[in-house]
Ligand binder design. Structure first.
Ligand code: GTP
Ligand code: MG
Length: 203
């Protein structure tokens, strides 16, 4: 349950992220996949996270505090996208480092959500990133975005193809969610998952 959500901070590096012990969940994926839009849907606040039709909008580690002053408070984190070609080599490398260091060293990070565009076949850059997460022992779930852009059958085929691809390298599939920020689909399942994990952490 999201009772409230507020912007907390934007950090250039993991060492300047908010202190404390609240559990946090971060959204990652290619630029323009819909990370910021999904955060707005989950918190029911359009404009909380800045979105854009052009890739490369989010360039910092943005923390949003959910359920402030309650025992079930937690952070949602909006990360910059990876693999944005137009950003230029130097900036791309800088963002890559920011993301990797956040994933490796943020102790409060409970799970990442890797967002993938439901219209596309499995992309190398996403699979590589998930492989890296696996090697580092960083838990993640997969979130298919923009399902409003596809028919039911096509979506089913794409998700099945993705699972098949994952099972080439993974023994077990991670949790998988289907979402549309446009049509407000899939938010409840995602929040229920976060709530369940938070509940387990408290016990
Ligand atoms: P960066 O911050 O640049 O890495 O991008 P992002 O992943 O945060 O993407 P953002 O949320 O800014 O959305 C990118 C574009 O996709 C915007 O034009 C959104 O309106 C659009 N978009 C996001 N989610 C959906 C969705 O579920 N359905 C549709 N049709 N469009 C979406
Ligand atoms: Mg963004």
């Amino acid at each position: 349950m999201v009772h409230s959500a507020q912007y907390m901070s934007s950090s250039v590096e993991v060492t300047s992220c908010p202190k404390g012990v609240l559990p946090e969940y971060a959204f990652i994926g290619r630029s323009n996949v819909g990370k910021s839009s999904l955060i707005n849907m989950l918190t029911n606040q359009n404009g909380l996270a800045k979105t854009s039709s052009k890739p490369g909008k989010t360039l910092l580690i943005n923390h949003f505090l959910v359920n402030a002053n309650r025992s079930d408070a937690w952070y949602l984190v909006d990360l910059p996208g990876y693999g944005f070609a137009k950003a230029g080599m130097e900036q791309r490398e800088k963002l890559k480092q920011m993301i990797e260091r956040y994933c490796l060293y943020r102790e409060q990070l409970v799970s990442l959500f890797v967002l993938v565009d439901s219209r596309l076949e499995p992309q190398k850059i996403d699979l590589q990133f998930m492989t890296w997460l696996g090697e580092q022992g960083i838990p993640f779930a997969i979130v298919f975005t923009k399902v409003d852009k596809l028919g039911r059958e096509r979506l089913k085929l794409n998700v099945e193809a993705y699972k098949k691809e994952l099972l080439e390298t993974w023994e077990e599939l991670p949790p998988i969610f289907l979402t549309s920020s446009e049509n407000r689909v899939g938010g409840e399942e995602l929040l229920a998952y976060i709530e369940k994990v938070n509940e387990e952490l408290r016990h």
